[in-house]
Design a binder for this molecule. Sequence first.
Ligand SMILES: Cc1cc2nc3c(=O)[nH]c(=O)nc-3n(C[C@H](O)[C@H](O)[C@H](O)COP(=O)(O)OP(=O)(O)OC[C@H]3O[C@@H](n4cnc5c(N)ncnc54)[C@H](O)[C@@H]3O)c2cc1C
Ligand code: SF4
Length: 352
Amino acid sequence: MSQGNQRSVVLPSEEKADMLRLPPFRYHRPTSVTEAIALMGEHGNEAMYVAGGTDLLPNMKHRLFEPRHLIALKCIDGLRGIEEITNDHGGDGILRIGAGETLTSVATNSKVQEFFPALAEAASHVAGPQLRNAGTIGGNVCLDTRCTYYNQTHFWREALGFCLKKGGDVCHVTRTGKKCVAAHSADTPPVLITLDATAVFLGPEGSREIAITDLFVADGIENTRRTRQEILTEIRIPLASAARRQAYVKLRQRKSIDFPLLTVAVAADLDETATLRGIEGVVTGLGSRPRRLTKWNEVAEGRALDEELVEELAERAHRQCHPLENMIVDPDWRRAMVPVFVKRALEQVALG
Ligand SMILES: Cc1cc2nc3c(=O)[nH]c(=O)nc-3n(C[C@H](O)[C@H](O)[C@H](O)COP(=O)(O)OP(=O)(O)OC[C@H]3O[C@@H](n4cnc5c(N)ncnc54)[C@H](O)[C@@H]3O)c2cc1C
Ligand code: SF4
């Protein structure tokens, strides 16, 4: 049944299904952000936003979310566009990326490639080509955390007694009932952090801008400061960051499609004598939020990014990272991969 821009999706009952089915929901197609926020206000906890649906729909099939109303963001023109915006007061401008832009368009956009090659690279390594054609950068920044004991069917999770993140009272990773440590598994946020990007949200209370580095919190259940009514409208990256040397590398099981087991983003400022004036590294795929590698500048500033320094920084990263059993892959092996991938990123930066 279709009514204006709403559509009811009625599917066979779970009992009759011989495959994973979506739960029934009403699909809304607002054409403006204001309309979308009003719909969210109307339906409250029964509603969720959906962009490309590449993560939310599989999660709904697993009954991790069962919204009665899906509010689609893909007909909202205001969430589109990748453009350079100059600063009227002098100084550098920004690159504005609409949250509704697909990962394919981010990866192939000439300005992203020219100014922020590490971001183009990260977007081009999310999932596989079909998923990148539908999945958006907004959905990537707002992606739910992942865990071996969570991204499973209802039947599988029920057999285990569920877990803290959904329906249970214990975490099977930490074996306590206190904290969920599901992994942040999105590829673009680490790069956005090294580029000093910000995220703009619009909600019932108006608009606010948050630095991506401050957006994430260490809580696997809800790992961002976004409220459920807020829509991520755009990402802003200062054009000054284009002067930074950038690198992004990713560890995954199958290069053609998988989520990251580890992602490393590095950005560095080198002067004309190839001396480091600032460097930062961010890793993700380990804990519930992307993690800034600390105290790099203490050892790196004023030095050349040579083999010795690369080793030193990689060793520091190794000491700071302690993956948990939140993924199917052995945490000791993932930890051993941290210095290997940090070195690869640093070597890319050194080569320019
Ligand atoms: C097989 C497979 C492999 C994958 N591999 C990777 C991978 O390697 N790396 C990776 O990062 N991801 C991966 N993904 C996940 C996903 O495809 C991407 O993260 C994608 O960018 C999600 O975007 P989307 O538009 O489809 O989000 P959706 O699924 O539509 O939404 C995801 C979440 O974000 C919220 N949301 C979406 N847009 C907004 C917005 N503008 N404002 C507020 N909330 C919003 C939704 O409510 C939902 O909670 C994979 C998925 C699959 C199925
Ligand atoms: S980390 Fe623990 S609580 Fe969180 S999803 Fe995994 S098992 Fe559940």
